[in-house]
Design a protein around this ligand. Sequence first.
Ligand SMILES: Nc1ncnc2c1ncn2[C@@H]1O[C@H](COP(=O)(O)OP(=O)(O)O)[C@@H](O)[C@H]1O
Ligand SMILES: CC(=O)OP(=O)(O)O
Ligand SMILES: [Mg+2]
Length: 393
Amino acid sequence: MLVLALNAGSSSLKFSLLDSIDERQLFHGQFSWAGSEARYLCRSGQEVVQDFELEWRGFPVALERLVAELSLLLDERPIEFVAHRIVHGGPEFTKPLRITSAVETSLELLVPLAPLHLPGSLEVIKAARKALSQIPHIGVFDTAFHATIPAVAATYPIPQQWTERWQIRRFGFHGLSHEYCTNRAYKILEDESPHPRLVIAHIGSGISITAVEDGKSIDTTMGFTPLEGMMMATRCGNLDPGLMLYLLRECSFTPNELADGLNFQSGLLGVSGVSGDLRRVIGEATNGHKPSQLAFQIYVHRLRQGIASMAASMDGLDSLVFTGGVGTHSPLVRSAVSDGLSFLGIEINPDRNRDCVSDALISTEESEKQVLVIETNEELMLCRHAVQVIMEN
Ligand SMILES: Nc1ncnc2c1ncn2[C@@H]1O[C@H](COP(=O)(O)OP(=O)(O)O)[C@@H](O)[C@H]1O
Ligand SMILES: CC(=O)OP(=O)(O)O
Ligand SMILES: [Mg+2]
C-alpha cells in the first residue's frame, strides 16, 4: 500500500511517500512555511528525481500540485491513505485514529495549546482531505509516546483542583521522533547493553529532550505546550512564571501580545535579533555580532541543563542521542553541548563528530557513555502507526 505521510512542523512541512509493505520511502521532500515561495525536492533514496519551485499561494495549491506530480511519477499507482502528524492531542487523543469532521472540530479547540503548529496542521488536514477525499486520513499524535510519563514528572505543582478541572499535565512532544530514535538506538547498541537508558535530544526548530527507560518515555523537557523547556528558534522555553505575571500586570502586555512574543519573537530570534535559523545566528556570531554570540551561548547552556536533567530523572544515562535538524547536521552544537557534560561520562571524538554521516557513534572509545547521531524519521513512524489503524478497522 502507498502511504502519503505529512509532517507539519513549526518551520516546515515534510512529506514522504512510502510503501507500507517494505517501508521503502519512494519520495521525500519538504516545503518551508516561511516566505512566499516553496521549493521541494522529490527524492528516491538519495537520488534527486524532481526539483522544482512552486508559487506559494497557500498549502491547498501546493498539495494539489504535489499529488498531481506524484501520480505522474507513480505511473498512476494510487495513494491508499494519508498519515498526518498532529503535534497536540490534548487529554482526548492518546492513540492514532481516523480523522473525521468531528475530530477536526475537536482539534480546532486545541489550537491555543499549540498555536505555532495546529493552525498549519489543520490547514494541511483540510486541504488533504479535500484533494484526496476518497481515502482514509489517519491522525498520529506527537503527545502519544509520552502517555507513559509517571505522575511525578507529568504533574505541575499547582492546586490539584486546577489540574483536575482543566486536565492539565505535562504532555510532551516530538513523540514520533523520540519513538523512532529509541528503536534505532536499541538496534545500533544491541551488542552493548540490552536496555540502555537513553537521553534523546531532538534539536530542530522546536527542541525536546526525553528520558527513555525500557523503551518508554519517563520524562521530557516540553510540557503542557511546546513552549516549555529549551530555548528554541523563536520560542522562549523555560521562564519564571512570575515574569509573565509581571509583564501582564505591570508592563501592560495583553495575553495575546505575550503569546505572540513568547512563541514567535523569542528564542534565538529574540536574543540575536537576527534570525531563528541557527545557521544564520552562528554566521553572525562568527563575524563578531555580540547578541548572536550570547544567543548561541544561552542555547548551548540550556541544552546541557536539559540533557543533565533528563539523566537525573533516570539516576543516570547509558547513551545520549542527538537528532532533529540541528542535532543531525551541526557538529558545532554537538561538540559545544558535549564539552560541558564530561561529568556525565560523555566524551566525543572530534574527528568522528566532524565527519559523521548519520546514523553514527561519535563518542570516543574511552567514553563511559555512548553518543549517537541518528537522523530521525517521523514519516516512517507516521506510516507504521497509520497502517496499524487501517488493519484494526
Ligand atoms: N548544519 C546546520 N547547522 C545548524 N543548524 C542547522 C543545520 N542544518 C539545519 N539546521 C537547523 O535545523 C532547523 C530545522 O530543523 P528540523 O528538525 O528539520 O525542523 P522542524 O522543527 O521544522 O521539523 C533549522 O532551523 C536550521 O536552522
Ligand atoms: C513540537 C515541535 O516543536 O515540533 P517542531 O520542532 O517540528 O516545530
Ligand atoms: Mg520537526
